[in-house]
Design a protein around this ligand. Structure first.
Ligand SMILES: [Zn+2]
Length: 304
């Protein structure tokens, strides 16, 4: 018995040594900052800025429409226990309610850093919903996402001051990538100023505002709101008047209405991802933004 016992003791000692010098699984999970985010773009930012120091959990399942998720009491409780909750007020009624109910100790509402506006570039203006409400879809503008990245770094530094320098450096690396993305959009869409962008729901107001496009949404800011026959007639007549060549559909919400509209008009339809979720785990925010840019270059009517 004695030799076996001493072997197991020395194995334990060896494990302890390992754990103090390198990451120790599964114990390492408990060491990082537990960050709960409400949907994908905020997950992307938290992971990029937090790097190895954070464990990020997304409240919205990968294939779900974040606007209309529901949260179980267990999830709401988890929110109260997270080291940091990063969300966007006004985007998801379920997380707004959960934040109010669970009162997280450290909470970052990204609405302020994102500089949300009421219906930029016509969002919500012609549909029944969202009169006077703020448009949440800020991540379609890389400049606004940069401001949010810096805000997340500041909040993480407060929560975990030992790694503040890393958070600041990670945020600046992300901002550099977002600046390059913004320049690519600016350059590629320079000839498209004033072009009409017909989309299935008004997720592209800030993109339209940044790159001088005119967004026309078949549905409003909330994709669940069914477009009325009058709304469909109005979109059809705008598309004809502006000689639109492509209408853009998205994957998570039903693309059917948009595809029928394209058939009616005898024009193309193409995918434009609102990036509210991550439909392909191998394709991150930057990949999806670049795919969207290629779709816009192909589909918009531009000069030159
Ligand atoms: Zn949306």
């Amino acid at each position: 018995m004695a030799p076996a016992r001493s072997r197991s003791l020395s194995a334990t000692a060896a494990l302890l040594v390992l754990c103090t010098t390198t990451a120790c699984s599964p114990g390492a999970q408990d060491d990082g900052v537990d960050v709960l985010v409400s949907f994908y773009p905020l997950q992307y930012v938290a992971e990029q800025v937090g790097g190895e120091h954070v464990n990020v959990t997304n409240l919205t399942p990968a294939a779900a429409d974040p606007h209309s998720i529901e949260l179980s009491p267990v999830r709401v409780r988890e929110m109260g226990e997270a080291d940091l909750v990063v969300y966007l007020s006004g985007m998801q009624p379920a997380t707004d309610e959960a934040v109010a109910a669970s009162r997280p100790e450290r909470l970052l509402d990204t609405a302020e850093a994102a500089g949300l506006e009421a219906g930029p570039n016509g969002a919500g203006a012609e549909t029944s919903d969202a009169h006077g409400a703020l448009d949440p879809h800020f991540w379609q503008d890389p400049v606004r996402l940069s401001d949010v990245a810096r805000d997340v770094a500041a909040e993480l530094s407060d929560a975990d001051p030992d790694h503040a320098a890393d958070y600041a450096a990670n945020a600046e690396a992300l901002v550099t990538e977002l600046r390059a993305l913004d320049e690519d959009y600016r350059e590629a869409l320079a000839q498209c100023a004033g072009a009409t962008l017909v989309v299935s729901h008004e997720a592209f107001g800030y993109l339209a505002e940044r790159y001088d496009l005119v967004q026309v949404g078949i549905s409003g800011i909330d994709p669940e709101a069914e477009p009325s026959p009058a709304r469909l007639r109005a979109v059809r007549s705008v598309a004809r008047a502006d000689d639109v060549q492509t209408v853009f559909f998205e994957v998570i919400t039903s693309p059917k209405v948009t595809k029928i509209l394209a058939e009616d008009l005898g024009i193309d339809s193409a995918k434009l991802d609102p990036i509210e979720g991550q439909s392909d785990p191998d394709s991150d925010y930057l990949d999806m933004m670049r795919e969207n840019l290629a779709a816009l270059e192909d589909g918009l009517v531009c000069e030159g």
